[in-house]
Design a protein around this ligand. Structure first.
Ligand code: ATP
Ligand code: MG
Length: 139
């Protein structure tokens, strides 16, 4: 995965609200191709590990509880300039501040239950993708 791939998760609130289809439609319409995808659920330990970079943040405990509270969809996506373009598509972390038409503006509840994750760098896209998928799963 170099500059043309990113990693995403449709988070528990969006899965619970039956937004998987609508969100995948937005992702495909924006020009992203799905290279790997899984419907799964993070254990508490998985979520702790995945979000280890945020360990010192005050919301870490809440984030781990929330991300392990129900099923998610994880996927690797491909498009030119994938990481930056996907961050634009999903919108600001806090849906109240997200631009019109972004996934978080349309489908997120609040800053903790914010519908979707998008990697913040090429390096993290690769690390996060490998957390869920083996080389064999990635096409
Ligand atoms: P993500 O990494 O999920 O794509 P992000 O990069 O926009 O989101 P981060 O700063 O990486 O935001 O925070 C990771 C996640 O932690 C956020 O998506 C959100 O669910 C949660 N979070 C961030 N800030 C807060 C906060 N102030 N209060 C509660 N939860 C927060
Ligand atoms: Mg982030």
């Amino acid at each position: 995965m170099q500059g043309n791939r990113t990693f995403t998760m449709i988070k528990p609130d969006a899965v619970e609200n039956n937004y998987i289809g609508a969100i995948l439609e937005k992702i495909n319409s924006a020009g992203f191709t799905i290279k790997a995808m899984v419907y799964t659920r993070l254990s508490k330990r998985d979520a702790e590990q995945f979000y280890a970079v945020h360990k010192e943040r005050p919301f870490y405990g809440e984030l781990v509880e929330y991300m392990s509270s129900g099923p998610i969809v994880a996927a690797i996506l491909e498009k030119d300039n994938a990481v930056a373009d996907f961050r634009t598509l999903i919108g600001a972390t806090n849906p109240a501040e997200a631009a019109e038409g972004t996934i978080r503006k349309l489908y997120a509840k609040d800053i903790s239950a914010n519908a979707i994750h998008g990697s913040d760098s090429d390096e993290n896209a690769q690390i996060e993708g490998r957390f869920f998928f083996s080389e064999r799963d990635i096409h």
